[in-house]
Design a protein around this ligand. Structure first.
Ligand SMILES: [Zn+2]
Length: 320
């Protein structure tokens, strides 16, 4: 039978999504379950199994030749294991082996969720046509991935480009990762909200104290809210400038809930980037919002599977 599809899995702390995906990135069949993140590792795997069972029941299943997984991290692609921070039941969990077994022995490609998002934006989104890109997710955490020389670069363990945990404030606040002053500790949604509250900003009558509510206040001119976004933008700009200086990227794509703040984030980000990205070879760097939305994880997992399959066939890997 013609094996022109791949199976994609997007595994996060709130949902486990799956799809059968064709070579143009179209999601032909979908399945989804909530992640029982506070339950045992086996119970979480059961939910993954339910998603896969729905996909294998599809008449299109026979056309799938590989599985791509984008998982919350850290992941260890070389060992085939995952240890997502927000799924405590999974520590060094052998996800690749378990998914391959549930998928009838198909080969499985595992990448971190930031790398998956990057693959999606490069294949069909805002980084399409760029050979050197940093793509980032700024939401509850901050993650990312790299495309260099036209090729996705997940690194040996599948985590390369994890810009959220590079330090941009040498003596800054302790980060849950163990370091100090990480980009995530300054720029994630919860930290934007925390800083606004500490500065005296108060939520409206609906009690919404999220970064999205701080963004609404910033748009209305609230000085504390504006300052909190400016600080986040500064941290992101420093991280992007460091990345560009290190490996020469042409574009930085930013997705995730915090990117939904729009100009409240992007205007100070572009301004700060001019201060940090100073050398001639990084001055032309473009910063732009992601466009792939909620399906980025699935599309990116599919892209990783297509690329791995092409490599295994001895062909030139698909340039995702
Ligand atoms: Zn950190």
């Amino acid at each position: 039978m013609h094996t022109d599809l791949v199976t994609a899995l997007d595994i996060g702390g709130t949902k486990i999504a799956g799809a059968l995906v064709d070579g143009s990135g179209t999601l032909l069949v979908r399945a989804q379950r909530p992640t029982p993140a506070r339950e045992s590792g086996e119970r979480v795997m059961e939910a993954v199994g339910e998603v896969l069972a729905e996909l294998t029941a599809s008449p299109l299943w026979g056309r799938a030749s590989a599985v791509g997984i984008g998982s919350a991290g850290p992941v260890d692609a070389s060992a085939g294991t995952v240890s997502p921070v927000n799924v405590p039941g999974w520590r060094d969990f052998p996800l690749v082996e378990r998914v391959s077994r549930a998928a009838g022995g198909l080969p499985v490609e595992l990448v971190g969720d930031g790398v998956a998002m990057t693959a999606a934006e490069h294949w069909l989104g805002a980084a399409r046509g760029y050979d050197n890109a940093l793509c980032m997710v700024v939401s509850t955490g901050v993650g990312g991935g790299l495309v260099l020389g036209g090729t996705l670069r997940p690194g040996p363990s599948g985590n390369a480009g994890h810009i959220g945990h590079i330090s941009v404030d040498l003596d800054g606040d302790p980060c849950p990762c163990g370091s100090r002053g990480c980009v995530e500790r300054i720029a994630s949604g919860p930290n934007i909200a925390r800083r606004a509250l500490e500065g005296g900003w108060r939520p409206g009558q609906d009690g919404d104290a999220s970064a999205a509510a701080v963004a609404v206040a910033a748009r209305a001119g609230d000085a504390v809210a504006v300052a909190s976004f400016e600080r986040a933008a500064q941290a992101l700009a420093a991280g992007i400038a460091a990345t560009a200086t290190l490996v020469e990227i042409d574009i930085a794509v930013i997705g995730g809930g915090v990117a939904g703040a729009g100009d409240v984030l992007f205007a100070p980000l572009r301004s700060a980037l001019r201060r940090y990205a100073t050398l001639s070879f990084v001055q032309q760097l473009t910063v732009t919002p992601a466009v792939m939305g909620n399906d980025a994880g699935l599309v990116g997992a599919a892209a990783a599977a297509f690329a791995a399959r092409a490599g295994a066939d001895g062909a030139v890997p698909v340039q995702v």
